[in-house]
Design a protein around this ligand. Structure first.
Ligand code: PLP
Length: 389
């Protein structure tokens, strides 16, 4: 099928929710993708931080196919082994005590919101249900996670929203003025992804953790995008030296299959009880088998490699004339541009054979963790050409 036909058929059958780039990706290897006409692209996006080891990865495919040949789904009425193995890995590598599995970032955050409210209800009774989130945050597209998202633009059309969310500036002053006796939790992304790859200040995060602890307010860290090696650490809170009470992750967890996880630390480990939460597909054995394979590979050596490749990439990005600022950690990188519009640069890059993303007025780069030095160099060359043109 030629691209024009693909585009027309997509428009006739699919809900118009996406502003898609004009390309249909059909295959690839690692960080090099191929479109329907055979043209190749260097991938600096990983399908929005999902394809942790790129596409068509042998180790990951082996793990997934092995599970596919065994059993694809059993329901959570029965025990399944990949879930247990994955939960064991997640808890051992984070210090969390328990894990709940869903299918997406939004679903992981829904779980976090329910756990925070129930923790408070169990301990303090009704009325302590408010969750403070940050301005410019992004927590998902369901009604509750949209309510949690601190950006006006997402709040059009769909009201009334879920009550009990308050948006604060990312400063202790902002937090103090948003917290009341009704507050049960503060929820943050350590690096705000959708709104432009802005890392929170380290001192602020430390102070916030201490403040929450003193008041028995739960600290929820949304690592849907920052998790699973993306920042050069397994989870970004490990950089910041704080331990959350609840952590969520999804995107890169299963290396390309839909899976979300809500990790419960000491305080919240026993909050969920039979009947209080659930998900038909959550913790699907194939997705979990993929995730086990991803986590087993994300060892210290691999994370060091990501840190090294990130330093190289960021150094060369900052040398491009026309780049104002490089932000982010590891392979979660934001670029603000001096003159050019990010969306126009992204379109030009696509034409030249490079996939990059945008986040508000910035370019956003999220390469697969196993991208090669040659692929990085090729991507840099194309970015350079487009930005300096
Ligand atoms: C992508 C994202 C979500 C939503 O995840 P979905 O899988 O699309 O539901 C939530 N929080 C953050 C920080 C994200 O980047």
């Amino acid at each position: 099928m030629d691209f024009q036909t693909i585009k027309e058929e997509d428009a006739s059958y699919l809900a118009g929710t996406y502003r898609r780039f004009p390309v249909a990706l059909v295959s690839g290897k690692g960080a090099t993708l191929t479109d329907e006409a055979g043209k190749k692209y260097i991938d600096f996006g990983s399908g929005i931080a999902v394809n942790t080891f790129g596409v068509n990865d042998e180790v990951w495919k082996e793990a997934v196919i092995r599970q596919l040949n065994a059993i694809q789904h059993a329901s959570n009425l029965y025990y399944t082994l990949p879930q247990i193995r994955l939960a064991e890995l997640l808890t051992k590598r984070t210090g969390a005590k328990k894990v709940f599995f869903g299918n997406s970032g939004a679903e992981a955050n829904e779980c976090a919101i329910k756990v925070a409210r129930k923790y408070s209800f169990d301990k303090y009774g009704e009325g302590r249900y408010e969750i403070v989130t940050l301005k410019k945050s992004f927590h998902g597209r369901t009604i509750a996670t949209l309510s949690a998202t601190g950006q006006e633009g997402f709040h059009r059309y769909f009201g009334p929203f879920v009550e009990g969310f308050v948006y604060a500036d990312p400063t202790m002053k902002g937090i103090r003025s948003a917290v009341t006796e009704k507050t049960c939790a503060v929820m943050v992304e350590l690096i705000q992804g959708e709104s432009g790859v802005n890392a929170l200040d380290g001192e602020f995060v430390q102070l916030l953790a201490g403040f929450c602890k003193e008041r028995d307010i739960l600290l929820i860290v949304d690592e849907v995008q920052t998790g699973n090696g993306r920042t050069g650490r397994l989870y970004a809170h490990q950089y910041y030296g704080v331990t959350p009470d609840i952590m969520t992750t999804a995107k890169g967890l299963a290396g390309g299959l839909p899976l979300g996880a809500c990790l419960l630390f000491d305080k919240t480990a026993e909050t969920l009880t039979p009947g209080t939460h659930g998900s038909t597909f959550g913790g699907n054995p194939i997705a979990c088998a993929g995730a086990v394979s991803v986590l087993e590979r994300l060892d210290e050596n691999l994370l060091l490699e990501v840190q090294g490749k990130s330093a190289y990439l960021k150094t060369h990005l900052s040398r491009i004339r026309g780049v104002e600022e490089v932000t982010g950690l590891g392979f979660m990188i934001g670029l603000s541009l001096k003159e050019k519009k990010a969306s126009e640069v992204a379109t030009k890059c696509l034409e030249k054979g490079l996939l990059v993303l945008t986040a508000h007025d910035k370019l956003r780069l999220l390469p697969p963790l196993n991208i090669t030095k040659d692929e990085i160099d090729e991507g840099l060359k194309l970015l350079n050409e487009v930005i300096e043109a």
